[in-house]
Design a protein around this ligand. Structure first.
Ligand SMILES: NC(=O)C1=CN([C@@H]2O[C@H](COP(=O)(O)OP(=O)(O)OC[C@H]3O[C@@H](n4cnc5c(N)ncnc54)[C@H](O)[C@@H]3O)[C@@H](O)[C@H]2O)C=CC1
Ligand SMILES: CC(=O)C(=O)O
Ligand SMILES: [Mg+2]
Length: 563
């Protein structure tokens, strides 16, 4: 990752950096640079081509890449994150040209500390690690999953200003059960069947210890593991870590629900929620909303739990269904079904008559016309959140949800959808209930507070501060999430909430922030954010490592310095 050859640099700076002659002679404004990028993007036919172009841009000049991304969040985010990152992960072994992260294969076990030492950056604040076993709703994509780690970290930088060189994408390669990949001669991962949970936990134990040994304050974010509950349970009180799919998703959806429930005019105790999907995201979201119903709705644990009906691939999750339920589902398993089992979503809706319908099932189109119309009969303003990613896995589109509820729906989806023109000509914007609204702020808040753990209170605070980030204008426009182009301000507020929770829980260790009021602290957070318009002032020498290796191998005419 470099940013040394930037056509915006003045001649004096070029001389200072010893890059005169290595950059075209014109000194360009940022606007002109961005114009070229947008034209280049426009000329690419497919999302995947645009993704490849943007990856090259990030690797050749990350300041320009982030100027582009931050300035055009709404248009560029879908190209580096969901939905296009899904295509990239599926085709990773075909589009690969640069490593961009750490690959930790099973054969390196016992040697992970040494392998991790090869990463060329001295300082790393945060890493995103996946095992590629459940990438978005696309299943097992093996080492192609590293694309999701890269995409998430690009948003840590764009949204919360964590410096790009202090981010580390990781994929652990414990094999894959994806036959297409195993039979593909271009597949870049280890050609073996995926190992089981016991081996994975052994491998993770070693990796966690090695990461912390090299970077003692590192934040470790788990992403898109097929079964992420055991690692979260084991490490959350040992390392500075969190699971984005359970906790980040729980927080972001909770924020949307706080705002949407208010718009329904129905008290929490009278809401009934059906979840299609009872996996890591479904259960994570249900747990967070249950906590809100207890806190703000003044319900007991039991009263709150009874409002939730979870549906998995076998139907409504009940105690007497006849199969052995996975542990994470037990808390929401129903016992009041009088022996009756409800297999289809339609049957569950007839039985429950929910006011809120969540989709975290990976089943594209599962909320069909009939389902959506039923929801419109149960309450004046049904809350429908098709949250599965990417777009192809979304349980319904915004267009469908609006049309079949007579434009009454309170809507948020995991991936972005276009606006909808109402019958009266009014343009309605969809909400995007994606964990990208919270994970950057959770990371930044943890860095700022120097907290050694990320506890439940910090996660809950990220949801509360996101919910209250909505402006009056956004509320009046019918939004339940802030507009994406305000994401940097919003992430700073989310980070503020996380810091405050860390302080309350005596986890904060940064002496500089002691006694700061909210306004001062927000300014402090913003002051720590990476600024892609800042020009370099000196040439930094790096450790001998990848840069030296690359420059010597490629016989490039510059030394092992970078900026
Ligand atoms: N919007 C957001 O920010 C986020 C969205 N997600 C999305 O949520 C989806 C699920 O993710 P995870 O919970 O981690 O996956 P998972 O694999 O842990 O869970 C999937 C669940 O869906 C159920 N399911 C599968 N087929 C079904 C069917 N035909 N009918 C009913 N249920 C069915 C499974 O039984 C399982 O309970 C993915 O598409 C993912 O992209 C995940 C995290 C964040
Ligand atoms: C957004 C996300 O984390 C997922 O779909 O898995
Ligand atoms: Mg995820």
């Amino acid at each position: 990752m470099s940013t040394r050859f930037d056509t915006s640099y003045e001649p004096e700076l070029r001389e200072h950096l010893h890059i005169s002659g290595l950059v075209p002679p014109v000194v360009e404004t940022y606007d002109i640079q961005i114009k070229r990028c947008l034209k280049a993007l426009e000329s690419k036919k497919s999302g995947l081509d645009k993704y490849v172009y943007l990856s090259h841009l990030r690797n050749s000049n990350f300041n320009l890449f982030y100027r582009l991304l931050i300035g055009h969040m709404k248009d560029i985010t879908p190209l580096v994150y969901t939905p296009v990152v899904g295509d990239a992960c599926e085709n990773w072994s075909h589009i690969f040209s640069e490593p961009e992260g750490l690959y930790l294969p099973w054969k390196e076990r016992g040697n992970l500390a040494e392998t991790i030492k090869n990463w060329p950056e001295k300082e790393v604040d945060i890493c995103v690690v996946t095992d590629g076993s459940r990438i978005l709703g696309l299943g097992d994509l093996g080492v192609g999953g590293i694309g999701i780690s890269i995409g998430k970290l690009a948003l840590y930088t764009a949204c919360a200003g964590i410096h790009p060189t202090k981010t580390l994408p990781i994929v652990i390669d414990l094999g894959t059960d994806n036959e297409r990949l195993l039979n593909d001669e271009l597949y870049l991962g280890t050609r073996m069947k995926r190992l089981g949970e016991k081996d994975m936990m052994k491998f993770l134990d070693e990796m966690m210890a090695a990461l912390k040994a090299r970077w003692p304050s590192i934040i470790i974010q788990f992403e898109d593991f097929k079964n992420p509950f055991p690692s979260l349970a084991k490490y959350q009180n040992m390392y500075t870590c969190f699971n984005d799919d359970i906790q980040g998703t729980g927080a972001v959806v909770l924020a949307g629900v706080i705002n949407a429930v208010r718009d329904t005019g129905i008290a929490p105790k009278d809401q009934r929620l059906v979840f299609l999907g009872a996996g890591s995201a479904g259960v994570g979201v249900a747990r967070q909303i249950m906590e809100m119903f207890k806190k703000d709705g003044h319900l007991s644990e039991d009263e709150a739990r009874k409002l939730f009906y979870l549906v998995d691939s076998k139907g409504l999750v009940t105690n007497d269904r006849g199969d052995k339920l996975q542990e994470h589902k037990l808390i929401f398993s129903r016992s009041d079904n009088n022996g009756q089992q409800y297999k289809s979503l339609e049957d569950v809706l007839d039985y429950v008559k929910p006011t809120i319908l969540m989709g975290l099932s990976t089943i594209g189109g599962a909320f069909n016309e009939g389902i959506i119309k039923k929801m419109a009969t149960y309450s004046e303003r049904p809350i429908i959140f098709p949250l599965s990613n990417p777009v192809s896995k979304s349980e319904c589109t915004f267009d469908e949800a609006m049309k079949y509820t007579n434009e009454k729906v309170l809507f948020a989806s995991g991936s972005p959808f276009p606006s909808y023109e109402g019958k009266d000509g009014k343009i309605h914007e969809p909400g995007q209930g994606n964990n990208m609204y919270v994970f950057p702020g959770i990371g930044m808040g943890t860095i700022i507070s120097q907290a050694s753990l990320i506890n439940q209170d910090m996660i809950y605070a990220s949801a509360e501060y996101l919910a209250t980030s909505l402006t009056k204008e956004e509320r009046d426009d019918g939004l339940i999430y802030p507009r994406i182009d305000r994401i940097r301000d919003v992430s700073a507020r989310v980070a503020l909430g996380v810091v405050r929770a860390a302080e309350r829980n005596h986890l904060a260790r940064n002496p500089e922030i002691v006694g700061m009021d909210d306004d001062t602290l927000v300014e402090y957070i913003k002051g720590k954010m990476y600024d892609p318009t800042a020009v370099p002032t000196e040439v930094e020498e790096t450790d001998p490592g990848m840069w030296n290796w690359l420059t010597s191998k490629l016989s490039l005419p510059w030394s092992a310095s970078k900026l």
